[in-house]
Design a protein around this ligand. Structure first.
Ligand SMILES: Nc1ncnc2c1ncn2[C@@H]1O[C@H](COP(=O)(O)OP(=O)(O)OP(=O)(O)O)[C@@H](O)[C@H]1O
Ligand SMILES: [Mg+2]
Length: 470
């Protein structure tokens, strides 16, 4: 039986299918006009007050000319606005950094919030499946804040209740294309909130010149290049092992050479020895003089050199046992960094089974026991598949340069790295040296570019090192 509602007349009965006997009557509760107006006014006032607080600079820039025009007429408004504009212009011309920090980026954030994110929010959320359209209502994640820095927009979002971060990381492509960006990275701000990073330009597009050779001997962290935010990228070498993975031409050489360059002062001071394994003979041979007789190219020589490194390690372990737990580099016990270019040539692609096993055993021994006694391994690798290198997980620090397949990203950087934005398979071949790293302090990968150490730079390094060593 149909329920009777106040004011329900027979002519208000509605049938969706006129030919059937099914008839229903929507419950219509009339809202008084005054209530609707009141809600509208309260919402508008709250919106204006919120905008005033969130975007004070943008509001001032927009309202000042309007207020002057209405209050004093154009005869006053034009000269006053001209005078007011000349002050920030002079500021922008004389001190661009502080102007963009206090004014420029805030205006940009306001503009991009309104024009890009607010305008496209509803369709992008619904189409990507991050929002829901239920019974005529949209349930959308809340766009909380848009901030701009020199190269990217950071959009803070309150997720819908019940959503997981994975729901967002699975849709980074929808978000990037929806908001007109090349990529999107998702980081967790706090429970229920994520920050989406949309790059506006690629700050790592231009090659970086080699970092100056440090004056002070130090075993690291070594400056390798730059992060996206323009800060120097420092790589820990001492007390860890580093695996640099990238397909051919990805720029692994610049990572190896930038590391050696950063250690050069310490090498000169005798605090560091770099032992070089160069099975392709195309990379480290260029600076052979830096390594003295600790350079190997043929598989046999490489196996001998690795065994020698294991002996150094074991001898130190015998001496240090019960005396100290950490290695401090000294001239008597320098930090030994074993640099291996294309390690798979020695482990997977080596046809002599005996040699292959010897090399794999030595590498596994060094990577499991070497760091406390001051023996580190830095290896470069083209193909990170398990069957190619099964000691991959023995390297605590891993760097993913340009890779061929998306599955390889998580193989290098660990589970979930690609979902969190490490799109190493999308790195352009025109930007060698660019890669993703995961810092110990955060699960979110960061994008960095190593400085390019040219042949001339290596020649200078050799000249300086050999000159000094004489
Ligand atoms: N950091 C960099 N910045 C700019 N250009 C670079 C950088 N690193 C490398 N390149 C350029 O890319 C080319 C390939 O680099 P590199 O030889 O280091 O690649 P790779 O990863 O070692 O490749 P392969 O596995 O074939 O040896 C270099 O000849 C150089 O011109
Ligand atoms: Mg190479």
């Amino acid at each position: 039986m149909l329920k009777r509602f106040p004011g329900g007349e027979v002519h208000n009965l509605v049938s969706t299918t006129p030919d059937t006997a099914v008839v229903f009557k929507p419950a219509v509760i009339k809202t008084p006009a005054i209530l609707t107006i009141l809600i509208f006014v309260v919402r508008s006032v709250v919106g204006v007050i919120r905008t005033l607080f969130v975007h004070p600079v943008a509001v001032t820039v927009v309202t000042t000319p309007v207020v002057l025009l209405i209050g004093y007429g154009w005869e006053v408004a034009v000269p006053v606005v001209a005078a007011l504009v000349s002050i920030p212009s002079a500021w922008a011309l004389t001190h661009r950094a502080s102007f963009s920090h206090w004014i420029g980026r805030r205006l940009l954030a306001f503009w991009r919030r309104v024009w890009i994110y607010r305008r496209h929010w509803q369709p992008v959320m619904i189409v990507s499946g991050l929002g829901r359209h239920l019974q005529g209502r949209d349930y959308l994640p809340k766009l909380l804040r848009v901030e701009c820095d020199g190269w990217a927009d950071r959009v803070t979002v309150k997720m819908l209740t019940g959503q997981a971060v994975k729901d967002w990381t699975d849709r980074i492509e929808h978000l990037a294309h929806g908001f007109g960006a090349m990529s999107c990275r998702v980081t967790v701000a706090k429970s229920g909130r994520v920050v989406l990073t949309f790059p506006r330009r690629d700050p790592l597009a231009e090659p970086l010149p080699a970092v100056p050779i440090p004056e002070r001997p130090s075993v690291g962290p070594v400056e390798i290049g730059r992060c996206e935010d323009g800060t120097p990228y420092l790589l820990n070498i001492h007390g860890t092992h580093v695996l640099v993975s990238g397909s051919t031409g990805a720029g692994k050489g610049s990572w190896l050479w930038s590391t050696i360059r950063g250690l050069l002062a310490a090498m000169r001071a005798g605090l560091v020895q770099v032992w070089a394994l160069d099975p392709k003979r195309m990379e480290l041979s260029f600076g052979r003089a830096l390594f003295g007789n600790r350079y190997a190219a043929s598989p046999e020589e490489c196996a001998d050199l690795l065994d020698a490194a294991v002996s150094v390690m074991q001898e130190r372990a015998d001496r240090f046992a019960g005396v100290r737990r950490f290695h401090v580099p000294t001239v008597a016990d320098p930090f030994v960094l074993v640099v291996v270019d294309e390690v798979a040539f020695l482990t997977a692609y080596q046809s002599d089974k005996g040699l292959r096993q010897r090399i794999a055993a030595a590498l596994a021994t060094l990577t499991t026991q070497g760091r406390a006694v001051g023996v580190g391994v830095m290896a470069a690798l083209q193909d990170p598949r398990k069957e190619v290198i099964n000691i991959r997980n023995l390297f605590p620090d891993k760097i993913a340069l340009r890779l061929d397949e998306s599955e390889q990203v998580d193989m290098v950087l660990g589970d979930g790295a690609r979902d969190r934005g490490a799109l190493a398979d999308r790195i352009s071949p025109s930007t060698p040296g660019v890669g993703y790293v995961r810092l110990e302090s955060s699960p979110d990968p960061i994008r960095v570019r190593a400085a390019y150490v040219s042949d001339a730079d290596i020649r200078d390094m050799v000249a300086e090192f050999v000159g000094e060593a004489r």
